[in-house]
Design a protein around this ligand. Structure first.
Ligand SMILES: Nc1nc2c(c(=O)[nH]1)N[C@H]1C(S)=C(S)[C@@H](COP(=O)(O)O)O[C@H]1N2
Ligand SMILES: [Mo]
Length: 387
């Protein structure tokens, strides 16, 4: 890996990252931004967004509140000396771009969700009684931001992509990831040329500001509608190849493994399914005998959300929630429904979304060992109490 642009190759070894507990909340060894406990739940090098904190947020998740999924640690990359190197057998004109070069190219703006393939993983266990391994996300491994950058197609054209190129693999500048005791290098994973040329962008802005360190500064990929892993952060180089490329992230990780899957795993994961979340704390307390506006958001990697139904009686009856956004496909749709809880006691709130392809959230998600793509209807526990 080229160390170009890495201002702090020692990364997170410094004492400012060694702290465990601070007045601002728990910190993570690999994350730069503050992680106040009212906004985040920290899982090792990752931080999940609390859904109850979305209640007063707008359509976009502010960068300070956006979930972080780091395989290792956020590198501090200096945009001025950073270079994006394009190389490989699928290019006639291999070349590099500086940050300024990218800023000078025609830009596009896109509202898109980033969602970890493991979002909802803990529900395989708590809701379906199954064993899975990996970061135990609840539902906060997702966020929508407004991304601005250069279409990857523009940059690939300038580097002379050949008509027989098949795979495009971006590689991060983060420290190498240790998998099964072996350093397998920085996060990287191929995207087929058809997707790379279709709607992928090299983003340098998040919600109108330069990308913050934890979200890929200076430049990251945004691969709309695909699992978050594809949206490589801190991109240092991109390989374009006329033969298929591989990395641990499309061979031993991010595929479906287990009894109902092929012995060497299903195909590498691409687009995400349909999912919903309430903007409520897990085990929230609500007061009986008065109307509550239940709000939430639904999203799908296959297309626009066209309907969301909510059940407050454990799935016996359903009613349609009011959709509040036109539902731009790669982002999410906010919705709301009013509920007047009749009695005190424990309840499960369910939300079930349908997208424009007709895909509906199922009652159960088939098991896979690494706990990817949990898309079943979630039973969100709340307690209703006396006023
Ligand atoms: N270089 C690099 N890119 C990466 C990762 C990483 O660890 N290193 N994590 C991936 C995964 S698994 C996800 S879900 C998204 C998370 O993006 P975020 O941290 O900006 O929310 O980044 C992806 N890009
Ligand atoms: Mo992820």
């Amino acid at each position: 890996m080229s160390p170009e642009g890495l201002a702090d190759p020692a990364h997170r070894a410094g004492s400012r990252h060694a702290r465990e507990e601070t007045p601002a909340g728990r910190s993570s060894p690999g994350i730069v931004k503050p992680l106040p406990p009212e906004l985040f739940v920290v899982h090792d090098t990752n931080a999940e967004m609390r859904w109850e904190a979305m209640r007063d947020a707008g359509f976009h998740v502010p960068a300070e509140r956006f979930f972080v999924r780091n395989h290792t640690a956020t590198p501090i990359v200096d945009a001025a000396s950073w270079r994006l190197r394009l190389h490989g057998t699928g290019l006639r004109n291999p070349r590099s771009f500086s940050y300024e070069d990218l800023l000078a190219l025609p830009a596009v703006t896109l509202d898109a969700a980033i969602e970890c393939a493991g979002n909802g993983r803990s529900l395989f266990t708590t809701q379906q009684g199954q064993r899975v391994s990996g970061t135990p996300w609840l539902l906060g491994g997702v966020g929508v931001a407004r991304w601005r950058g250069v279409p990857l197609a523009t940059v690939l054209d300038l580097a002379g992509i050949t008509s027989d190129a098949v795979d495009v693999m971006a590689r991060g500048l983060d420290p190498g990831y240790v998998h099964d005791g072996v350093d397998v290098g920085p996060v990287r994973r191929p995207v087929p040329v058809t997707k790379a040329l279709h709607d992928v962008i090299l983003a340098y802005e998040m919600n109108g500001r330069p990308l913050p360190p934890d979200h890929g500064h200076p430049v990251r990929l945004i691969v709309p509608s695909w699992i978050g892993l594809a949206s490589i952060k801190w991109v240092g180089d991109i390989e374009v190849s006329t033969s298929p490329l591989s990395s641990p992230w499309n061979t031993v990780l991010y595929r479906m493994f287990g009894a109902s899957h092929p012995p060497r795993g299903g195909d590498p994961l691409t687009s995400r399914g349909v999912r919903s979340a309430f903007e409520l704390a897990w085990n929230a307390t609500l007061v009986a005998g008065r109307p509550h506006v239940l709000r939430g958001r639904s999203w799908s990697g296959h297309g626009r959300i066209v309907a969301v139904e909510v059940s407050t009686d454990g799935g016996a009856t359903w009613r349609h929630a009011r959709l509040l956004d036109p539902g731009p496909a790669p982002a999410w749709t906010r919705w709301q429904v009013t509920w007047n809880p009749p009695e005190t006691g424990p309840y499960a709130l369910l939300a079930r979304a349908t997208d424009e392809t007709g895909a509906v959230q199922p009652p159960r998600t088939p098991h896979n060992e690494l706990g990817y793509l949990f898309d079943a209807v979630v039973r969100h526990p709340v307690t209703v109490v006396h006023p």
